[in-house]
Design a protein around this ligand. Structure first.
Ligand SMILES: [Mg+2]
Length: 242
């Protein structure tokens, strides 16, 4: 995959993910007020998970697990779940051979997989099961979608959207989690495509405007759209909503 896209952007995005993740690990679960009094300005050790400086967490590990599967010529959702399990049970893709944190929804989904549930039925779909557990591992999905489907087309084609939804549903199957992943891929794809010609706020605005327009135009997504409207989520997400 890396040989066919801008290598600098590809590696920079993964380095950025791992560095940002590692900066946050020692202060995970701290409140905004606590952090405003003691802001993170460099790598820290110990903290919330008692880890050495520079330790990344589940975000990066599960992204690397997904990337390792995408790197193969043919892959399946089973393979991705297998690598998630390798991370969870065997500490694969971790910097110090230790899996020190896993979200509740992800843990439940992987246990369902381990007891024979098909991959696409493993994710929980209750509203209370929402979290950032699928969103945090979407970076390789962004690169894959951009490379395979999007480089010359602003619209994510329906099967690409289904692919994003399915990858979220391996652990997080509620519409809100799946839609958050779609927004991430859209915004990330637009950054890859337009970073040399537009400033970041304009790129994000364009991505959100286009995806809003897309959701207005597709009947099958109206239920999701109404759900987000009912929760006032669109007003906080959309910069140009009328
Ligand atoms: Mg994490």
């Amino acid at each position: 995959m890396a040989s066919l896209i801008n290598k600098d952007k590809f590696y920079a995005s993964f380095y950025g993910l791992a560095i940002g993740d590692a900066l946050g690990v020692p202060v995970e679960f701290m409140t905004r007020e606590e952090l405003s009094l003691n802001p993170v300005t460099d790598m820290r050790e110990s903290g919330s998970h008692l880890q050495p400086k520079g330790t990344w967490s589940d975000d990066t590990s599960m992204s690397l697990a997904t990337l390792s599967v995408f790197s193969q010529k043919h892959f399946s959702y089973h393979q991705i779940c297998d690598e998630f399990v390798n991370w969870y049970q065997c500490a694969k893709f971790t910097p110090h051979n230790e899996t020190f944190d896993i979200g509740d929804t992800t843990r439940q989904a992987l246990h369902r997989y381990l007891t024979g549930t098909p991959p696409l039925e493993c994710g929980l779909n209750e509203e209370s099961s929402n979290g950032n557990g699928s969103l945090m591992r979407m970076l390789p999905v962004l690169h894959f979608i951009y490379l395979e489907y999007w480089e010359n087309n602003d619209r994510i084609m329906p099967f690409a959207r289904e692919f994003i939804y399915n990858l979220s549903a391996l652990t997080h199957a509620h519409e809100l989690s799946k839609m958050a992943c779609l927004y991430y891929v859209y915004i990330g794809g637009y950054i890859l495509k337009y970073a040399d010609t537009m400033i970041l706020p304009e790129i994000i605005e364009k991505a959100i405007r286009d995806i809003d327009q897309y959701y207005h135009q597709n009947y099958e997504d109206i239920i999701i759209y109404k759900y987000m409207q009912s929760k006032n989520l669109l007003t906080s997400l959309s910069l140009t909503k009328n």
